[in-house]
Design a protein around this ligand. Structure first.
Ligand code: SF4
Length: 358
């Protein structure tokens, strides 16, 4: 009977019956579905994992421990080349001061994100992470690097990914997140970040991270010059990786900030971001936690909860996006009030102990 259904009805039937939508379906939805239709389908998939009014959040900070980088991504306003004025590396004490402040502000998650710094040996990272675990124990959790940095460190130390993951694990690391993915198509990377590894290498490294027993996440950034087909290819690769590993704790998409970058550009609208969030929720039927980006969309990110998201960060700092135009508000109560006004009941999410690798 399904051949008698319109494409719209057929996709709706698939979602209602918990069948997976195809990449062709995703393209059709993007091109033809109204905001209300996308929202409705996304809410149906969200309801498989979360109560309608439930959502969670964390207070966190991104610690940009060094801005020295050789990758030269043309969308980045953060980095300094080796030897260039303004380059820095944080000391252990500077990192501790940031973590202490995070705890004071009620947060308990830090994410380390810096550049591909050729001056820093693997021991800088292992010593730093071991010192953090030793000083703070389980009072806070930290995302120790993005996959892109992890790959650079492994190469720089002349180690394979499995050995590098093991070294980090021994240093007390539990998480290496999926940052540095932006758009996971080979062509996008050739256009914008040719020194930042191929898509195949990215997933090879992430598979090694999962195999080592470390936790990881999926990320995505939209709003460069990527095509809709490229966005869907990114989702397709993410869904495939999750099918193979079940290692992705969440999916977070944020938007490119074009200010002071080499390629510049214009920010995409919040409406486009929300449609993409909905499409991601519908397509990524094997990822439980879909996160909306307060960092790049501010209070309007909370509307993402209506478009399939169930979780968000309240960041207190991220130099990378702030350098490219992101603005951060510490008025957490007001942001949470927006979620409540939309009908949600935000509760604080500590990194669950069950996800921590002993
Ligand atoms: S985005 Fe990251 S890897 Fe690329 S230039 Fe900036 S700091 Fe380096």
């Amino acid at each position: 009977m399904s051949s008698l259904l319109s494409t719209s009805e057929e996709i709706r039937r698939k979602v209602e019956h918990r069948e997976r939508i195809s990449s062709q379906d995703a393209l059709w939805l993007w091109q033809n579905a109204s905001d209300a239709e996308l929202r409705d389908l996304a809410q149906q998939v969200r309801a498989r994992f979360h109560a309608p009014s439930a959502c969670t959040y964390m207070v966190m900070r991104i610690i940009n421990y060094t801005n020295v980088c050789v990758a030269q991504c043309d969308y980045c306003a953060f980095y300094r080349l080796p030897g260039q004025e303004g380059g820095y590396v944080m000391s252990e004490d500077q990192v501790f001061a940031k973590l202490d402040e995070l705890l004071t502000l009620g947060g308990d998650l830090a994410a380390f994100n810096g550049g591909f710094n050729p001056y820093l040996p693997l021991s800088y990272y292992c010593d730093l992470f071991a010192a953090i675990r030793n000083r703070y124990g389980d009072r806070l959790e930290f995302y120790a690097l993005t996959i892109a940095e992890f790959m650079y460190l492994a190469d720089h130390a002349n180690l394979d990914y499995a050995t590098t993951a093991e070294r980090f694990k021994q240093a007390g690391v539990r998480w290496i997140t999926g940052g540095g993915s932006e758009i996971l198509t080979e062509d996008f990377r050739k256009r914008h970040s040719k020194f930042k590894y191929t898509v195949a290498q990215y997933f090879e490294a992430q598979a090694a991270i999962v195999a080592a027993g470390l936790n990881t996440t999926a990320t995505m950034v939209i709003g460069f010059d990527e095509t809709i087909a490229e966005r869907i290819e990114h989702l397709e690769r993410t869904r495939h990786f999750q099918d193979q590993t079940n290692g992705l704790a969440s999916f977070l998409c944020w938007t490119y900030k074009p200010y002071f970058t080499q390629i510049g550009g214009i920010e995409i609208s919040t409406g486009e971001y929300l449609r993409h969030l909905a499409l991601s929720r519908i397509y990524l039927d094997n990822v439980q936690r879909i996160r909306t980006s307060v960092l790049t969309q501010n209070e309007r990110a909370l509307e993402g909860l209506l478009y399939g998201a169930d979780d968000f960060d309240l960041p207190i700092e991220d130099e990378v996006t702030q350098k490219a135009g992101a603005t951060i508000s510490l008025h957490f109560d007001r942001i949470l009030e927006v979620a409540r006004d939309l009908g949600f009941n935000p509760t604080y999410r500590h990194v669950p102990q069950a996800q921590l690798v002993p």
